[in-house]
Design a protein around this ligand. Structure first.
Ligand code: HEM
Length: 508
């Protein structure tokens, strides 16, 4: 990823403000003095201490406890308009949801030099308080802010984001993809297992792949004998439990900041196990590297080996975060893509033709991936915490407010993408004269990997893993879906629920 120079950033801002003026946003005052106060922003009503909790209660609550994030956001948009406020629960910061891409742009771009993305307060507590001595000031990308984040990110960016460096893992990832295909051949006729456990099988592939890139080792997830006691199984369980427990603790009233509730204790144990198991693998990788020596070709070096040469503690923490953030995100995206191809057989056939052709660019495959990520983002919304006063549509947004960009919801609106519910990879390849042309949507609408210099650091790795696997799968199998639509659980992070009604037949 090439970072923008300062002058490029300024010219982008100038273009943006022209767009802003042309599109009538200037009818609102931009002066802080004239701005309407923060508390006048419309939104969910709030109770003392409990905030808007009552809206999420069973039966009586407007949304209920199993709220679908994008549906909730849609209801708030229709009712309250382009700026919606949600007061924080317990000690959480207040939140504002912005529905106009220009407004999101205004706030997010102002944070470009110091992108603050707080969120997992529980994980911050684990790293900075409970295990302070272990982490000793190195907190990783997911939890660090300000200079600590910037220092860490600057050290790891090249090894994880430079396309040339990431591509060296291609042949090893191809082997893993082939092992997954072979495993699928063995299990695909067992309908009960496939219906219940397809997600587990894909998660094993994604862990095996990210561990290969991160640690330079095969964990053995794709063998037929993986038991729940295997350290790799523990890592997969920890990643899932961590998201689930954090969601419960951070988005529903839970007084964990005042005393250790059972859910809180469970989360601390989960984080502890995840750290211990990942450290075990990281230590094994270090030992292998030390025994083998460093005088090896670049393509044989894992990310941890490259980072160990820069900063040992950063290397260990980055490997740990890869084993946490790089599993379910990638497995979800592959499931989503396979599902869209299964219910759109003509697109699947078109993709197969491309995969089997001599064309090395595989543009249709990339378009399929973009389209599936437009429809379902792994993380339905992005978040930044404001660090200065903003005036948005005439309202004052003070520092310290979490500004939410509901990107998945926006990416499914007709006004940005014609026929938004349809899977049309062609829109990513269409030219400017075509009404489907993706570029008609504002660049802040679809952000599956987040925004700017704090966007996903695993993006290149994820795209490489997914493209390699899809090439093998679609070449080998014709994928169909037999049954009602797949069940999407839309929360902090999207996931799917069984049954997985995929069928895989040998492709002609
Ligand atoms: C399709 C797969 C993936 C998707 C859709 C995804 C999405 C995201 C998003 C939306 C963010 C927040 C960015 C922001 O705030 O602007 C993020 C951050 C992050 N992701 Fe990913 N991710 C994926 C795969 C991965 C993988 C494979 C890894 C590990 C190699 C990874 C590691 C991280 C880390 C460490 C961060 C925090 C970055 C920072 O704050 O500097 N992700 N990801």
């Amino acid at each position: 990823m090439r970072h923008k120079t300062l002058s490029e950033c300024f010219s982008l801002c100038a273009t943006k403000s022209q767009y802003f003026l042309r599109n009538g946003a200037c009818k609102y005052s931009t002066s802080l003095q004239d701005a309407k106060p923060y508390k006048s922003i419309p939104g969910l009503s709030s109770l003392p201490y409990l905030g808007p909790f009552h809206h999420f209660l069973p039966v009586v609550g407007q949304f209920g406890p199993n709220v679908n994030f994008s549906e909730m956001v849609g209801a708030l948009h229709k009712k309250h308009g382009p700026v919606v406020k949600m007061n924080g629960l317990f000690a959480r910061a207040n939140m504002v949801i912005l529905f106009e891409p220009d407004d999101i742009d205004q706030v997010y771009r102002s944070l470009e030099a110091n992108p603050l993305r707080p969120g997992f307060d529980t994980m911050v507590y684990f790293r900075e308080v409970l295990k302070k001595d272990t982490f000793d000031g190195v907190y990783g990308l997911t939890t660090a802010q300000g200079p600590k984040w910037r220092d860490f990110r600057t050290k790891v960016n090249p090894a994880l984001l430079k396309l040339k460096l990431v591509r060296v893992y291609t042949s090893a990832l191809e082997e893993i993809a082939q092992d997954f295909v072979e495993r699928l051949k063995r299990i695909k006729e067992d309908k009960t297992y496939m219906t219940n456990k397809f997600d587990y099988e894909l998660t094993k592939w994604s862990l095996e792949s990210v561990a290969l890139v991160g640690l330079g080792a095969r964990l053995g997830c794709l063998t037929d004998e993986l038991t729940p006691e295997h350290p790799a199984s523990k890592l997969m369980k920890c990643a899932k439990d961590m998201m689930l427990l954090s969601f419960k603790l951070e988005f529903f009233p839970n007084p964990w900041k005042y005393f250790a509730t059972p859910t809180f204790k469970k989360l601390m144990n989960t984080l502890d196990t995840q750290w211990n198991v990942s450290t075990l693998y990281i230590e094994m990788a270090r030992k292998r590297i030390a025994e083998r020596g460093h005088d090896v070709p670049e393509e044989d070096k894992s990310i941890i080996e490259k980072l160990l040469a820069i900063d040992e503690r950063v290397a260990i923490m980055m490997a740990n975060e890869m084993l946490l953030a790089g599993i379910d995100t990638v497995a979800f995206t592959v499931t989503s893509l396979l599902y869209h191809l299964a219910i759109n057989p003509e697109k699947q056939e078109k993709l197969r033709q491309e995969i089997r052709s001599d064309d090395l660019h595989k543009r249709y495959l990339r378009a399929c991936l973009k389209e599936t990520q437009r429809i379902w983002h792994v993380i339905p919304s992005n978040l930044r915490r404001s660090d200065r006063d903003h005036v948005v549509r005439g309202y004052h947004i003070p520092p310290g407010v979490d500004v939410i960009a509901p990107n998945e919801y926006l990416s499914n609106l007709e006004k940005y993408y014609p026929r938004p519910k349809e899977f049309i990879p062609e829109r990513w390849l269409a030219d400017k004269t075509d009404p489907l042309y993706y570029g008609n949507a504002h660049p802040m609408v679809t952000l599956p990997f987040g925004f700017g210099i704090r966007s996903c650091i695993g993006r290149r790795i994820a795209e490489l893993e997914i493209e390699i696997l899809m090439k093998k799968l679609i070449d080998e199998f014709k994928v169909t879906w037999e049954g009602p639509p797949i069940k999407l659980v839309n929360k902090l992070m999207n996931s799917f629920e069984k049954p997985y009604n995929f069928r895989f037949e040998t492709a002609k």
